[in-house]
Design a binder for this molecule. Structure first.
Ligand SMILES: [Zn+2]
Ligand SMILES: [Zn+2]
Length: 150
């Protein structure tokens, strides 16, 4: 019985500590994201890794590894995304599991165009968009936190 009444009190004492720890964390993340949003970020090295992934080394030193299927799915062309509603028309199961990247082209110093083995080649991926698709622990933790805490 006595233990029970101590429990909630403990929580009240702990709470401010948790809050300040969280604030510190979000400050660090805000700084990291501000650095990542610099306009001049461009891919410096783009190379396929094996048969299924693409590695981009960015001008700020960040490295992003993309699975071809992930990149193909996030194509933002009018064929894959409804231009009016912004809804993705493409379903993830419509992307072939063994999709390959046949060719890529630079578009006007701001984007990349990929030619996929399923015949699709209309999507243009701006560097900013590509960077936002990065799934590394650093970028992904930030996005997850922003969505989870509202
Ligand atoms: Zn598309
Ligand atoms: Zn990243």
């Amino acid at each position: 019985m006595q233990d029970d009444s101590l429990g909630p009190k403990d929580k009240i004492i702990l709470d401010p500590v948790l809050k300040s720890a969280k604030m510190q964390l979000s400050m660090t993340q805000t700084m990291a994201s501000a650095a990542g949003r610099s306009m001049s970020i461009k891919p410096e090295v783009i190379r396929p890794v094996g048969e299924t992934e693409l590695l981009i080394t960015w001008s700020d030193g960040h490295r992003s590894l993309y699975h071809f299927g992930h990149l193909r799915f996030y194509c933002a062309c009018a064929g894959c995304v409804d231009e009016i509603t912004g809804r993705r028309k493409l379903k993830s199961q419509e992307v072939p599991e063994n999709i390959r990247l046949l060719k890529m082209e630079e578009v006007g110093h701001y984007a990349l165009k990929f030619h996929w083995s399923d015949g699709h080649q209309t999507g243009i991926y701006s560097y900013e968009y590509l960077r936002s698709l990065c799934r590394c622990r650093c970028c992904h933790t930030y996005q997850g936190d922003a969505n989870g805490e509202s």
